[in-house]
Write a protein that binds this ligand. Structure first.
Ligand code: CAA
Length: 305
């Protein structure tokens, strides 16, 4: 297949948590594209930028990145404050949204993006399980319909670009087409992911796509093993690490992803398919009730400093 130019001169990243920050990092360092990083929390933005500095410093110290490239990458990232809001992303050629896994929040963001950005701008979401087709439908302008040319054009530039955590390390991006996504949007989004140094697989817009339709039942089974007392948390993780060469055991991985994120993906899989094999375990639900969210909250299946 001939390489397609992505044509992205500036990218906007919404959300500066672990995913958004990682996407901003590979965009600035690998794709070498100016990044407008937006988060409605100033504290989160500061935390994100400090983490990026730390990563760049580490890569320079290890000789993986030259200090010149690190400085250029840093200079490519500009913050868009809560006060500026999504209007601050007005001139970008592509937005990649990486906020929490809540459909209503994503729909509101995409509706606003569609009203504020050029109709040519690509609107990508990093969702790990929510219907891209539903998010695309939220971009249809007031007074238009899904079948009108303006309505269809707006929805056709929405696409799923699913990165994996930690984004600077994981080599994959899953590309998901909504029912409405155009060929041009798909080709350019793929080319952009490649420019970020990633390999790309494609998935249909089904709950969880390929990655989480396979990963989440695996994690859930591990939690149910623990719940039933089949083995200790250490032995469940050790079995998969040493027996199957997984870099992390499933309970450790669940903590790493975030137990709230695991639960919300599992709920999307369960309600989206109606298949009982995706029903989240009660232990996972209770741990999220208790705000034991894994590594980010200091407590999950394991304790963290
Ligand atoms: N950001 C950037 N880089 C990071 C990082 C982070 N958060 N965490 C670790 N790294 C880097 C380290 O700096 C190190 O880089 P160098 O080789 O340059 O030093 C490298 O990763 C290895 O790190 P460590 O030596 O500290 O630790 P490790 O060898 O145990 O590797 C790991 C850590 C890469 C996270 C590894 O344990 C792993 O691959 N775990 C599985 C991760 C995974 O499955 N991710 C996908 C989750 S699913 C998802 O994201 C999508 C979804 O929809 C839920």
């Amino acid at each position: 297949m001939a390489a397609v130019a992505h044509g992205i001169r500036t990218v906007g990243v919404i959300g500066s948590g672990q995913m958004g920050l990682g996407i901003a990092y590979v965009s600035a360092l690998r794709a070498r594209v100016p990044v407008l990083l937006h988060d409605r929390s100033e504290v989160q933005l500061k935390k994100g930028l400090a983490f990026m500095d730390k990563l760049l410093e580490k890569d320079v110290a290890k000789g993986k990145v030259s200090s010149e490239d690190a400085k250029d990458a840093k200079d490519r990232v500009t913050v868009v404050s809560a006060e500026q809001g999504l209007s601050g992303l007005r001139d970008v050629d592509m937005v990649i949204e990486a906020v929490s896994e809540k459909l209503a929040v994503k729909e509101a963001i995409f509706k606003e993006l569609s009203a504020k950005l050029s109709p040519e701008a690509i609107l990508a979401t990093n969702t790990s399980s929510i219907s891209i087709t539903k998010i695309a439908a939220a971009t249809i302008p007031e007074g238009q319909t899904a079948a009108s040319s303006e309505g269809a054009k707006s929805a056709s530039r929405v696409v799923g670009l699913h990165f994996f955590n930690p984004v600077p390390v994981m080599k994959l991006v899953e590309l998901i087409s909504a029912l409405q996504t155009s060929r041009d949007t798909l080709d350019r989004a793929r080319a952009y992911a490649v420019a970020c140094g990633k390999e790309v697989t494609t998935s249909q817009d089904v709950p969880g796509f390929v990655s989480n339709a396979l990963l989440m039942p695996f994690i859930n089974e591990a939690i149910m093993c623990l719940e039933k007392g089949v083995a200790t948390r250490e032995d469940i993780d050790k079995t998969l690490k040493l027996g199957m060469n997984h870099p992390m055991g499933p309970l450790q991985l669940a903590d790493f992803i975030g137990l709230d994120t695991c639960l919300s993906i599992q709920q999307t899989l369960y309600t989206g398919t109606g298949d009982s094999k995706y029903r989240p375990s009660i232990l996972l639900e209770r741990m999220v009730d208790a705000q034991w969210l894994g590594k980010k909250s200091g407590k999950g299946f394991y304790d963290y400093d």
